[in-house]
Write a protein that binds this ligand. Sequence first.
Ligand SMILES: [Zn+2]
Ligand SMILES: [Zn+2]
Length: 366
Amino acid sequence: MAPRDPYDILGVPRHATPEELKAAFRKLASQHHPDKNPNDPGAHDRFKEINAAYQILSDPQRRAAFDRYGHAAEQPGGGGFPGGIHVDAQNLEDLLGSLFGAFGFQKQQNRGDLRKEVTLTFQEAAFGCQRKITYDRAVTCGTCTGSGARTGSKPQSCNACNGRGKVRFTQGLLGLVGERPCSSCQGRGHVVTDPCETCRGVGIVAAEHNLEIGVPPGIEDGATTTVASAGNVTRPGKLPGDLELVFHVEEHPFFKRLKDDVQCAVPISFPAAALGGEVEVPTLEGKAKVRVPPGTQHGTVLRLKGKGIPRRTGGRGDQRVEVLVEVPQHLSEKQRLLLEELAREMGDEVQPQQRTFMEKLKDLFG
Ligand SMILES: [Zn+2]
Ligand SMILES: [Zn+2]
Protein backbone atom coordinates (compact mmCIF):
# COMPACT_ATOMS: atom_id res chain seq x y z
CA MET A 1 0.00 0.00 0.00
CA ALA A 2 1.36 3.42 -0.92
CA PRO A 3 2.09 5.59 2.10
CA ARG A 4 -0.41 8.36 2.66
CA ASP A 5 0.44 11.99 2.13
CA PRO A 6 1.70 13.40 5.47
CA TYR A 7 -0.22 16.64 4.87
CA ASP A 8 -3.44 14.61 4.56
CA ILE A 9 -2.60 12.59 7.66
CA LEU A 10 -2.20 15.74 9.74
CA GLY A 11 -5.08 17.47 7.94
CA VAL A 12 -3.08 20.60 7.20
CA PRO A 13 -2.66 22.59 3.97
CA ARG A 14 0.64 22.51 2.03
CA HIS A 15 1.54 26.00 3.21
CA ALA A 16 0.92 25.23 6.92
CA THR A 17 3.33 27.03 9.26
CA PRO A 18 5.45 25.02 11.73
CA GLU A 19 3.14 26.23 14.51
CA GLU A 20 0.04 24.99 12.64
CA LEU A 21 1.77 21.65 12.04
CA LYS A 22 2.67 21.32 15.67
CA ALA A 23 -0.83 22.18 16.83
CA ALA A 24 -2.42 19.68 14.42
CA PHE A 25 0.06 17.02 15.46
CA ARG A 26 -0.45 17.51 19.17
CA LYS A 27 -4.20 17.35 18.80
CA LEU A 28 -4.14 14.17 16.73
CA ALA A 29 -1.41 12.48 18.78
CA SER A 30 -3.36 13.03 21.94
CA GLN A 31 -6.62 11.83 20.31
CA HIS A 32 -5.13 8.66 18.85
CA HIS A 33 -2.66 7.80 21.60
CA PRO A 34 -2.89 4.01 22.17
CA ASP A 35 -3.21 4.52 25.92
CA LYS A 36 -6.32 6.59 25.36
CA ASN A 37 -7.81 3.98 23.03
CA PRO A 38 -7.10 0.69 24.78
CA ASN A 39 -9.95 -1.11 22.99
CA ASP A 40 -9.04 0.10 19.52
CA PRO A 41 -6.33 -2.07 17.94
CA GLY A 42 -5.95 0.43 15.07
CA ALA A 43 -4.95 3.26 17.40
CA HIS A 44 -1.33 2.18 17.57
CA ASP A 45 -0.91 2.27 13.78
CA ARG A 46 -2.71 5.59 13.51
CA PHE A 47 -0.52 7.03 16.24
CA LYS A 48 2.58 5.78 14.44
CA GLU A 49 1.38 7.18 11.13
CA ILE A 50 0.65 10.60 12.69
CA ASN A 51 4.08 10.55 14.28
CA ALA A 52 5.85 9.60 11.08
CA ALA A 53 3.98 12.33 9.17
CA TYR A 54 5.01 14.92 11.72
CA GLN A 55 8.64 13.75 11.70
CA ILE A 56 8.74 14.46 7.96
CA LEU A 57 6.96 17.81 7.99
CA SER A 58 8.57 19.22 11.14
CA ASP A 59 12.07 18.85 9.69
CA PRO A 60 12.49 21.68 7.14
CA GLN A 61 14.97 19.64 5.10
CA ARG A 62 12.79 16.56 4.94
CA ARG A 63 9.69 18.63 4.30
CA ALA A 64 11.38 20.38 1.36
CA ALA A 65 12.54 17.00 0.02
CA PHE A 66 9.04 15.56 0.38
CA ASP A 67 7.49 18.57 -1.35
CA ARG A 68 9.91 17.98 -4.24
CA TYR A 69 10.18 14.23 -4.52
CA GLY A 70 7.21 12.89 -2.57
CA HIS A 71 7.67 9.64 -0.71
CA ALA A 72 10.64 8.76 -2.93
CA ALA A 73 12.61 11.15 -0.72
CA GLU A 74 11.83 8.91 2.25
CA GLN A 75 13.20 5.72 0.72
CA PRO A 76 16.67 4.64 1.82
CA GLY A 77 19.15 6.41 -0.41
CA GLY A 78 16.42 8.48 -2.05
CA GLY A 79 16.24 12.25 -2.28
CA GLY A 80 19.76 12.74 -1.04
CA PHE A 81 19.47 11.20 2.42
CA PRO A 82 22.48 8.96 2.90
CA GLY A 83 21.76 6.04 5.15
CA GLY A 84 18.02 6.30 4.73
CA ILE A 85 15.52 7.46 7.30
CA HIS A 86 14.94 5.70 10.57
CA VAL A 87 11.46 6.85 11.34
CA ASP A 88 11.24 5.07 14.68
CA ALA A 89 14.30 6.74 16.11
CA GLN A 90 13.77 10.09 14.39
CA ASN A 91 13.46 13.16 16.43
CA LEU A 92 13.31 11.57 19.84
CA GLU A 93 12.37 14.82 21.51
CA ASP A 94 9.26 15.21 19.42
CA LEU A 95 8.24 11.63 19.93
CA LEU A 96 8.59 12.12 23.66
CA GLY A 97 6.81 15.43 23.35
CA SER A 98 3.84 13.60 21.92
CA LEU A 99 3.94 11.01 24.70
CA PHE A 100 4.04 13.69 27.37
CA GLY A 101 1.36 15.67 25.59
CA ALA A 102 -0.91 12.64 25.65
CA PHE A 103 -0.37 12.31 29.39
CA GLY A 104 -1.33 15.92 29.89
CA PHE A 105 2.12 17.00 30.98
CA GLN A 106 3.79 20.20 30.04
CA LYS A 107 7.31 19.79 28.93
CA GLN A 108 9.62 22.63 29.86
CA GLN A 109 12.78 23.33 27.87
CA ASN A 110 13.30 19.60 27.30
CA ARG A 111 14.93 19.21 30.70
CA GLY A 112 12.23 16.71 31.52
CA ASP A 113 10.62 19.03 34.04
CA LEU A 114 6.99 18.32 34.74
CA ARG A 115 4.30 20.42 36.31
CA LYS A 116 1.33 18.99 38.08
CA GLU A 117 -1.57 20.65 39.85
CA VAL A 118 -2.49 19.42 43.32
CA THR A 119 -5.97 20.35 44.48
CA LEU A 120 -6.46 20.78 48.22
CA THR A 121 -9.62 21.39 50.17
CA PHE A 122 -9.75 24.60 52.18
CA GLN A 123 -9.19 22.55 55.35
CA GLU A 124 -6.25 20.57 53.93
CA ALA A 125 -4.59 23.83 52.90
CA ALA A 126 -5.21 25.35 56.33
CA PHE A 127 -3.94 22.48 58.48
CA GLY A 128 -1.59 20.68 56.09
CA CYS A 129 -1.91 17.06 55.01
CA GLN A 130 -0.13 14.05 53.57
CA ARG A 131 -0.91 13.57 49.91
CA LYS A 132 -0.22 10.62 47.63
CA ILE A 133 0.45 11.62 44.06
CA THR A 134 0.36 9.07 41.25
CA TYR A 135 1.34 9.99 37.72
CA ASP A 136 2.98 8.59 34.63
CA ARG A 137 6.43 9.74 33.66
CA ALA A 138 9.13 8.79 31.21
CA VAL A 139 11.91 6.58 32.56
CA THR A 140 14.83 4.71 31.05
CA CYS A 141 13.59 1.38 29.64
CA GLY A 142 14.49 -1.43 32.03
CA THR A 143 14.45 -4.14 29.35
CA CYS A 144 17.25 -2.65 27.27
CA THR A 145 18.65 -0.32 29.98
CA GLY A 146 18.13 2.50 27.55
CA SER A 147 20.09 1.22 24.56
CA GLY A 148 16.89 0.70 22.57
CA ALA A 149 18.26 -2.56 21.16
CA ARG A 150 16.56 -5.95 21.55
CA THR A 151 18.20 -8.17 24.17
CA GLY A 152 21.16 -9.93 22.58
CA SER A 153 21.46 -7.41 19.72
CA LYS A 154 23.65 -4.34 19.58
CA PRO A 155 22.99 -0.91 18.15
CA GLN A 156 24.81 -0.30 14.85
CA SER A 157 27.16 2.56 14.24
CA CYS A 158 25.24 5.36 12.49
CA ASN A 159 25.99 5.60 8.75
CA ALA A 160 24.83 9.18 8.44
CA CYS A 161 27.53 10.50 10.78
CA ASN A 162 29.95 7.56 10.77
CA GLY A 163 29.29 7.10 14.45
CA ARG A 164 30.38 10.66 15.35
CA GLY A 165 26.91 11.78 16.42
CA LYS A 166 27.50 15.08 14.62
CA VAL A 167 27.24 16.14 11.02
CA ARG A 168 28.78 19.07 9.20
CA PHE A 169 26.64 21.50 7.31
CA THR A 170 27.29 24.63 5.29
CA GLN A 171 25.39 27.75 6.03
CA GLY A 172 24.59 30.93 4.14
CA LEU A 173 26.21 32.51 1.09
CA LEU A 174 29.69 32.41 2.56
CA GLY A 175 29.43 28.66 2.96
CA LEU A 176 30.33 28.69 6.65
CA VAL A 177 30.77 25.18 7.95
CA GLY A 178 29.12 24.24 11.20
CA GLU A 179 28.27 21.08 13.08
CA ARG A 180 24.96 19.96 14.42
CA PRO A 181 23.76 16.79 16.14
CA CYS A 182 23.10 14.04 13.62
CA SER A 183 19.35 13.77 13.03
CA SER A 184 19.50 10.10 12.03
CA CYS A 185 20.81 9.00 15.43
CA GLN A 186 19.89 12.03 17.59
CA GLY A 187 23.57 12.60 18.21
CA ARG A 188 24.00 9.18 19.79
CA GLY A 189 26.33 7.89 17.08
CA HIS A 190 24.45 4.65 16.75
CA VAL A 191 21.11 3.49 15.40
CA VAL A 192 18.97 0.61 16.54
CA THR A 193 18.31 -1.89 13.78
CA ASP A 194 16.67 -4.54 15.98
CA PRO A 195 14.58 -2.52 18.41
CA CYS A 196 13.73 -3.50 21.98
CA GLU A 197 10.13 -4.71 22.15
CA THR A 198 9.35 -2.85 25.37
CA CYS A 199 10.32 0.65 24.22
CA ARG A 200 10.29 0.12 20.43
CA GLY A 201 13.85 1.32 20.23
CA VAL A 202 13.38 4.65 21.98
CA GLY A 203 15.14 3.55 25.19
CA ILE A 204 12.49 5.30 27.26
CA VAL A 205 9.11 4.08 28.48
CA ALA A 206 6.24 5.56 30.44
CA ALA A 207 5.94 4.25 33.99
CA GLU A 208 3.68 4.98 36.90
CA HIS A 209 5.35 6.95 39.67
CA ASN A 210 4.10 7.32 43.23
CA LEU A 211 5.05 10.11 45.55
CA GLU A 212 3.95 11.00 49.02
CA ILE A 213 4.32 14.61 49.99
CA GLY A 214 3.77 16.41 53.26
CA VAL A 215 1.80 19.60 52.59
CA PRO A 216 2.67 22.12 55.33
CA PRO A 217 -0.14 24.04 57.07
CA GLY A 218 -1.14 27.41 55.64
CA ILE A 219 -0.48 26.70 51.94
CA GLU A 220 -1.99 29.43 49.74
CA ASP A 221 -3.71 29.01 46.40
CA GLY A 222 -1.07 29.12 43.63
CA ALA A 223 1.87 28.18 45.90
CA THR A 224 4.43 25.89 44.28
CA THR A 225 7.05 23.42 45.40
CA THR A 226 9.64 21.48 43.44
CA VAL A 227 10.42 17.79 43.89
CA ALA A 228 13.89 17.16 42.48
CA SER A 229 14.34 14.36 39.92
CA ALA A 230 10.66 13.38 39.93
CA GLY A 231 10.17 14.48 36.31
CA ASN A 232 10.80 12.78 32.98
CA VAL A 233 13.94 11.19 31.64
CA THR A 234 14.53 12.83 28.26
CA ARG A 235 17.57 10.79 27.25
CA PRO A 236 18.11 7.17 28.19
CA GLY A 237 20.34 6.86 31.24
CA LYS A 238 20.17 10.60 32.07
CA LEU A 239 18.85 12.04 35.33
CA PRO A 240 15.17 12.93 35.24
CA GLY A 241 13.98 16.52 35.34
CA ASP A 242 12.14 18.01 38.30
CA LEU A 243 8.48 17.94 39.20
CA GLU A 244 6.86 21.24 40.04
CA LEU A 245 3.70 20.97 42.10
CA VAL A 246 1.25 23.84 41.88
CA PHE A 247 -1.28 23.91 44.70
CA HIS A 248 -4.83 24.84 43.99
CA VAL A 249 -7.02 25.47 47.02
CA GLU A 250 -10.73 24.83 46.58
CA GLU A 251 -13.21 27.49 47.57
CA HIS A 252 -15.10 26.98 50.80
CA PRO A 253 -18.87 27.49 51.03
CA PHE A 254 -18.48 29.69 54.14
CA PHE A 255 -14.92 30.91 54.39
CA LYS A 256 -12.72 33.31 52.54
CA ARG A 257 -9.07 33.55 53.35
CA LEU A 258 -7.44 36.87 54.24
CA LYS A 259 -3.76 36.02 54.84
CA ASP A 260 -3.79 34.15 58.18
CA ASP A 261 -7.40 35.03 58.94
CA VAL A 262 -10.53 33.39 57.64
CA GLN A 263 -13.65 35.42 57.18
CA CYS A 264 -17.26 34.35 57.10
CA ALA A 265 -20.51 36.28 57.03
CA VAL A 266 -23.42 35.56 59.35
CA PRO A 267 -26.89 36.99 58.82
CA ILE A 268 -28.78 38.06 61.97
CA SER A 269 -32.19 39.62 62.45
CA PHE A 270 -32.64 43.31 63.20
CA PRO A 271 -33.94 42.64 66.77
CA ALA A 272 -31.00 40.29 67.47
CA ALA A 273 -28.58 43.02 66.33
CA ALA A 274 -30.32 45.60 68.49
CA LEU A 275 -30.70 43.43 71.58
CA GLY A 276 -27.46 41.46 71.27
CA GLY A 277 -27.04 37.78 72.02
CA GLU A 278 -25.17 34.77 70.76
CA VAL A 279 -25.04 33.32 67.27
CA GLU A 280 -23.66 30.00 66.14
CA VAL A 281 -21.06 30.19 63.37
CA PRO A 282 -19.07 27.56 61.46
CA THR A 283 -15.32 27.45 62.16
CA LEU A 284 -12.60 25.40 60.50
CA GLU A 285 -13.15 22.88 63.30
CA GLY A 286 -16.86 22.54 63.90
CA LYS A 287 -19.24 25.15 65.25
CA ALA A 288 -18.60 27.93 67.76
CA LYS A 289 -20.68 30.60 69.49
CA VAL A 290 -20.00 34.28 68.95
CA ARG A 291 -21.30 36.98 71.27
CA VAL A 292 -23.06 39.76 69.38
CA PRO A 293 -23.00 42.92 71.53
CA PRO A 294 -26.27 44.89 71.81
CA GLY A 295 -26.53 47.56 69.08
CA THR A 296 -24.30 45.76 66.60
CA GLN A 297 -24.39 47.48 63.20
CA HIS A 298 -24.62 45.90 59.78
CA GLY A 299 -21.13 45.14 58.48
CA THR A 300 -19.50 44.93 61.91
CA VAL A 301 -16.67 42.39 61.98
CA LEU A 302 -16.40 40.32 65.16
CA ARG A 303 -13.34 38.23 65.89
CA LEU A 304 -12.82 34.71 67.11
CA LYS A 305 -9.22 34.75 68.32
CA GLY A 306 -6.94 31.94 67.15
CA LYS A 307 -9.55 30.24 64.95
CA GLY A 308 -7.85 31.14 61.68
CA ILE A 309 -5.03 29.58 59.66
CA PRO A 310 -2.01 28.12 61.48
CA ARG A 311 1.10 30.27 60.94
CA ARG A 312 4.40 28.70 59.99
CA THR A 313 5.98 30.76 62.74
CA GLY A 314 3.54 29.34 65.30
CA GLY A 315 0.16 30.52 66.49
CA ARG A 316 -2.90 31.03 64.36
CA GLY A 317 -4.78 33.84 62.69
CA ASP A 318 -8.31 34.81 63.69
CA GLN A 319 -11.71 34.06 62.33
CA ARG A 320 -13.52 37.23 61.33
CA VAL A 321 -17.29 37.13 61.49
CA GLU A 322 -19.00 39.79 59.43
CA VAL A 323 -22.48 40.60 60.72
CA LEU A 324 -25.17 41.07 58.10
CA VAL A 325 -28.30 42.62 59.58
CA GLU A 326 -31.33 41.47 57.69
CA VAL A 327 -34.48 43.54 57.33
CA PRO A 328 -37.62 41.38 57.24
CA GLN A 329 -39.28 41.29 53.83
CA HIS A 330 -42.64 39.89 54.83
CA LEU A 331 -44.34 40.99 58.05
CA SER A 332 -47.27 39.34 59.78
CA GLU A 333 -50.03 41.67 60.91
CA LYS A 334 -48.80 41.50 64.49
CA GLN A 335 -45.17 42.13 63.53
CA ARG A 336 -46.23 45.17 61.51
CA LEU A 337 -48.20 46.60 64.46
CA LEU A 338 -45.26 46.03 66.81
CA LEU A 339 -42.85 47.69 64.41
CA GLU A 340 -45.18 50.66 63.97
CA GLU A 341 -45.35 50.97 67.72
CA LEU A 342 -41.56 50.79 67.94
CA ALA A 343 -41.26 53.49 65.27
CA ARG A 344 -43.64 55.77 67.22
CA GLU A 345 -41.72 55.05 70.41
CA MET A 346 -38.38 55.89 68.81
CA GLY A 347 -39.84 59.10 67.34
CA ASP A 348 -37.14 61.55 66.32
CA GLU A 349 -34.46 59.68 68.22
CA VAL A 350 -31.27 59.88 66.23
CA GLN A 351 -29.16 56.73 65.63
CA PRO A 352 -25.33 56.83 65.51
CA GLN A 353 -25.03 56.49 61.74
CA GLN A 354 -27.76 59.02 61.14
CA ARG A 355 -25.89 61.45 63.40
CA THR A 356 -22.67 61.02 61.39
CA PHE A 357 -24.62 61.43 58.18
CA MET A 358 -26.31 64.62 59.35
CA GLU A 359 -23.03 66.08 60.62
CA LYS A 360 -21.41 65.47 57.26
CA LEU A 361 -24.37 67.04 55.51
CA LYS A 362 -24.06 70.10 57.74
CA ASP A 363 -20.32 70.41 57.01
CA LEU A 364 -21.08 70.24 53.30
CA PHE A 365 -23.92 72.79 53.11
CA GLY A 366 -23.37 74.77 56.33
ZN1 LIG B 1 13.92 -0.90 25.70
ZN1 LIG C 1 24.30 9.67 13.33
